[in-house]
Ligand binder design. Sequence first.
Ligand code: FAD
Length: 188
Amino acid sequence: MSLMRLAYASEATFEAKPVEKGVEPHVARILMTSRRNNAKGKLVGGLYYGNNRFFQYLEGEEDEVRKTFDRILKDERHRNVVTLIEEPLEDRTFSNWSMKYVPLSRDVRRFLESQGLEAFEPASFTSDQCEDMIELVRNSSHDQKLVNHDDTRTVGDTPQAFSPGLKAGLIAAALCLLGALFFAGSML
Ligand code: FAD
């Protein structure tokens, strides 16, 4: 079995929705699917999204990386995919990350500034800039909490058996019942 690594840049086709917390909803959905699939396929890597552009790095068994990239290429949520790195790899360099997500962080802004780049345009990165980006994703301790925008539950939360409204209603009913019992008892 041989390992390989792959990095590409692309442009998002969706209009980014402003979010108060968590990750942009389209990106959050992509991340949830990626984390599920990549964990199964033992793929690791990172995804950067900013300026409506993606930069993604993947490493793992060659057939898994290629299968995944074939699916990614067909995805209509992005276009103009430019492959930046596609080569064999001796050892894995990411640990424990099925897909690490780095938002527009201070680190990335600092990196762009240091390179004299005004905007995040990963399709025109040089190979050294790609390596710097991968290093940045690898070392980033930043991983925003994902919010499942389909049901507004934070990923990892366990579903609540009762809604807050129902809970309050049940407590009020229990208190009424207790009151009634107490009143009935005092009448005897
Ligand atoms: P499904 O379970 O069939 O779909 C998961 C969810 O995504 C569903 O809600 C479905 O409606 C939605 N969805 C799927 N395809 C589309 C689409 N074309 N347009 C709109 N919604 C869609 N997948 C990975 O497995 N690993 C990755 O690392 C990875 N990285 C990605 C990076 C980018 C920038 C993009 C755009 C996509 C990436 N994907 C990745 C997603 C990939 O393109 C496929 O959508 C996914 O792998 C399909 O897997 P599935 O059959 O298990 O998903």
